[in-house]
Design a protein around this ligand. Structure first.
Ligand code: KIV
Length: 276
């Protein structure tokens, strides 16, 4: 990433992220789904903004990410890209937009890139190798996502930590190592590793040449990602692997309560905020 003579940071690029791993500089990624919050997290200096399909759970009120549609992701990528962040915009491919065939995946990726994504993210390891290859062949950079892959909700029986048991079946420890290698071999430039034991995340991070970005995967990854609503304390749930850095939920409730009470008591609006 370049810095101008005025000390402003330049646009974060794919090669920058590879360099950050080599220099052991930790990568930061956070989700955002609209221009307002994308601007705020960019001002905070985050490296990557993930327009995640977590939008389903934190904005749309769904129980998991499965119902999220490509049209909806395209819309949110468009909103985020209008903020023109220095951070790299990652467009998340939602369930059903890439699993049918590599061709479908390329078409869906092109759709998100046209809306302003600068790379795409998709879930799955070995089984997605051909798909990742097809997308990278048309020069669309890909971020992989392995471990607890939320779109596998029904196979996993919920949002369950993966890689605790040994084995080559989906979610097994050895299989996750194979998944990580497959994603790298297929051409992904980074991989999100979610919900796996710390020691396995460390092993994957040491074995891969591409950056690993962890969530619920311990501190030994090359970077970390969190969902914005968890960071800001907007979510009702508090999960073990997230951290709440602010309490905007209570701040929002209190501000609205104050508005409601001032209107009811005839305090707001006052003369100073009225036109004459
Ligand atoms: O959609 C999302 O927010 C994600 C993160 C949990 C990595 O995929």
């Amino acid at each position: 990433m370049t810095t101008t003579t005025h000390g402003e940071r330049g646009k974060v690029t794919v090669p920058d992220l590879g360099r950050m791993k080599a220099l052991e500089q930790r990568i930061t990624m956070i989700t955002a789904y609209d221009a307002t919050f994308a601007r705020l997290v960019d001002l905070a200096g985050v490296d990557m903004i993930l327009v995640g399909d977590s939008v389903g759970m934190v904005v749309q009120g769904t129980a998991n990410t499965i119902p999220v549609e490509l049209d909806e992701m395209a819309y949110h990528v468009r909103l985020v890209s209008r903020s023109q962040p220095k951070a790299m915009i990652v467009g998340d491919l939602p369930f059903g937009s890439y699993q049918v065939s590599p061709q479908q995946a390329v078409e869906s990726s092109i759709r998100l890139m046209k809306e302003g994504a600068e790379c795409v993210k998709l879930e799955g390891g070995m089984v997605m190798a051909d798909t990742i290859q097809a997308i990278t062949r048309v020069d669309i950079p890909v971020v992989g996502h392995i471990g607890l892959t939320p779109q596998s909700y029904h196979r996993m029986g919920g949002h369950k930590v993966q890689g605790k048991k040994s084995g080559f079946e989906a979610g097994g420890r050895e299989r996750l190592l194979e998944d990580a290698h497959a994603v790298e071999q297929a051409g992904a430039f980074a991989v999100v590793i979610e919900g796996i034991p710390r020691d396995l995340a460390k092993e994957i991070t040491q074995k891969l040449s591409i950056p690993t970005i962890g969530i619920g995967a311990g501190p030994d990854c090359d970077g970390q990602v969190l969902v914005l609503h968890d960071v800001l304390g907007l979510s009702e749930l508090s999960l073990k692997f997230t951290k709440q850095y602010a309490d905007l939920r209570n701040a929002a409730i209190q501000a609205t309560e104050a508005f409601v009470s001032e209107v009811r008591e005839g305090i707001w609006p006052d003369d100073a905020h009225s036109f004459h």
